[in-house]
Each structure stands twice: as structure tokens, then as C-alpha cells.
Design a protein around this ligand. Sequence first.
Ligand SMILES: [Zn+2]
Length: 480
Amino acid sequence: MFVRTLRLAAFGAAVFGTGLLHAQEGPARGPAMPPNPLPYDLLLVNGHVLDDRNHIDTDSDVGIKDGKIAKVAPHLNSKDALKTIDVKGLYVTPGLIDLHTHVYTGTGEKGSYAGDLSVYPDGFTLRNGVTTIVDAGSSGWKNFDDFKDKIIDRSRTRVLAELNIVGSGMRGSKFEDNLDDMDGKLTGDKAKQFPGVIVGIKSAHFTGPEWKPYDQAVMAGNIANVPVMIDYGARRIERTLLQLVSEHLRPGDIYTHCFSGLRGEQDPTTGLPSEALLVMRKRGIYCDVGHGGGSFAWTVAAPIVKSGYQPDSISTDLHVGSMNNGMKDLLTTADKLLALGETIPQVVAQMTSHPAHEIRQEQYGNLSVGGIADVAVLSVENGKFGLVDMYNTKMFGSQKLVCQMTIKDGKIVYDLNGLSADMWDATQHSADERQARRWTVFNERPFGASHGQRFPTSTPVGAPPTNATPQSQDKAIPKK
Ligand SMILES: [Zn+2]
């Protein structure tokens, strides 16, 4: 998918301004990239690596080749890589995983999470260090195929899904309270057809007194061997949270909106974790943040987290209603846990190895050698930052995580400050631009024919070639 029009320069002069450089995808054009005989395509040096899965919390270099982590060790040699980037003073972590998002947009349905309330993933993920997200139940077995076609198959972000126990998905109470559209067998069978893509079952927003949504969700989870994530809907005395977590859910299931305080998560007298929360943890049911527009209250999170009850995973519940209010994005949500006393290695674990474990996709969320090279490079700003909750109240934090660079499948997909970029007035590339597609998705300036010229010229499409033969353009640029 990364084959682009980069070698257009081989057919003529530079193509600035033609618009062709902006083509995102397309058939292979021009000569194939020469093989890379070096041990690494891309090398990140001098960073501080945080990899909870492999118990790494130390200064180290990271070598990447062919989309995989090739080596994690101090003092790797830049001569062994096509491209080396100095990330001194920055954290190098696995690509972040957001366990709770809503991204089934593009259907045109108003007021629906299978529509206008969802967002397109790539606009919100890569710039935040997030390489993998889970859509939490926006689609059900009836519309999953449409979701897959519209979003999963077209996004640069890795999009996984929890299938809603409601066959029609998350389309409002008319659908989400319809007990007749909750079929554990059909939902489980659908999930089974997409292993590694459908990674869970979701129940959400149910307002009735019945247990059916939860029990059908667990049935589907058993059929497909995936966990269930619960948004516990309306609080009902007929079905308490304590009953849910002690009698209905299984170890390995996920309770999201853990710090909303809306369904009995907090002991009303002490402010500490309720018995239900304690039972959850004892049974191995995971506590997921799922911040959203209405599911993270300081009055709940502060006493519970400060008592030592930390979330297993930090997630956003990203949707049009949460991203511009208190929640904002995954790193801002992590800043809130930092403000409550968690450490940077802890919050990074809660956005990498922990969520990968919860959805049983342990190939993600780590920097294991041979594993997928999804990487986030993060900086920490120190200052006074107002962090806003669901009630528009704030707590001040002193640390703010900022995504400087995101790498997905071994290629740079976001680079806030141009860490990978050459200077605009450089006379040659710092790395062989013919090999650039091995480590970035961005267009490298096609010096090629205009190499050595101060100002590149552009030739209209269709004009006969004027200067430079393809051979001369393909001359290797010596590596510094
Ligand atoms: Zn949600």
C-alpha cells in the first residue's frame, strides 16, 4: 500500500505542483526499489525505550527493517541503516493502542455511532502516537461488512472491532434497547469469521432491566473465543454492577467507563472503589477508562486511582462528542492519570501491552525483535496544564505527553517537528531517496534531475522530456 508515485521523476523532470505527488495509493510505477543490503532500514538512536512487555525502561536504540523490529540495543551503528534519526530526550514506545473508539462514519446516518457521531480514524490517531484502535461496537453482525469496507479496509490506522451484541449496531435507543436484535449465536458466528479483526463483543447503552444483552454478549464471546466489553447503560436496581461482575462476566472481560461513577463503581461513603470494582479486579475483569463525553469524573477517578486502584487500560471513547470537550485525545487522557500519580512507564503500559493483552492480540503493543514495527516517539512537556473531565471541571497536571513521531509497520506516518526531514536548503539527501519508501510514507524531495539546482523546475504533464535521462536520475546519491 506504500507504493506511490515517487518514481515519477524517472519519467521526466521534477513533478512539483502537478498534483501527482499527492496521490495516496496506486499501481507500482517506475523502477522497483533496490534491495537494502544493510541490517536496518530505519534507526532511532539515543531515545529512552519503554516496552512493558519486554521489561525495558532504559536508553536504547531501535533498528527497524522490512516493517519489523530488527534490534533493540544501545549504540547501534548508523552506518548499518538507510536512515538514522536522533531521538535524544524522547521516549520511544510501542505504537499506542486505543481500546475504545467509534469510527464507523461515512454512512450518512444522523445522530448515530454507525454514522455522523463517529470519526474517520486517520485524522485522530497517527498524530497521537496511536497505530491500532478498536471500534467499540459501532457495528453489529448486520452492518459489520459495510463498516469493514468503508473504514477498516481503507484506513492507514489498524482498525479492529468489537461487534455490538445488537445486530444493527450502535444506532440509538430504538435499536440498542431492542432485545429481539440481540443474538449471541449470530454475533459469535460473525466474529468467528474475522479472527484478529473482530477482537471482542460489545454491549452498550442498554436501559432495560433484563440480563439478556450481557448474557448474549458472553455467549457470542464464548463462540468466537473473544472478550466482551461492557458499557453498562442505565443503572438499574434489577441488575447491579456487583451481580454483573460476580455472576455474568468472565475473567478476561472488560468493563469500560470505569471512572464514570454512574453505575456503582464508587463507594458513596468513602469515595473508594466499590465492592463491585474490587470483585472485578479479583476475578480478572479489566478496568478500562473509556473517557468519552460522559465517563470520566475527577470526583470518581481521583480518590479511586489515588487509593492505588489504577486502570488496566487507558482509552478514549473517541467520537465527535468527546474529542472537542474534556477528553480530546489518548495522550491527554493519559496526562490525567499522570496527574493522579501514575508514572510515564505505567501510562505507556496501559496504552500498549495492557490493551493488547486484553484483546488477546499480543503481537501489538511491544517492541519485540521480529515483531511489527509500530512505534511512538513521545516528548514530555513540563508546566501547568488544565485537564478537564465530563463535568467541565479541571485538575492541573504538570506533565503533558506530546507525540513527536509515529511509525506504523516500519514507516514514518507522522512527524510533528520534522525529525526525519532534511533541511530545506540541503544540497543532497541525508539518505538515499531511492530507498525512502522503506522508512517513510512521505514524499522525499525528488532531487533527481534537478539535483544540484537551487530551485527545482516543474514540467507540465505530457511535455516531452527536456533534460536528464532516467539513467542519470537514478544515480545513487552518496550517503553522508
Ligand atoms: Zn463508546
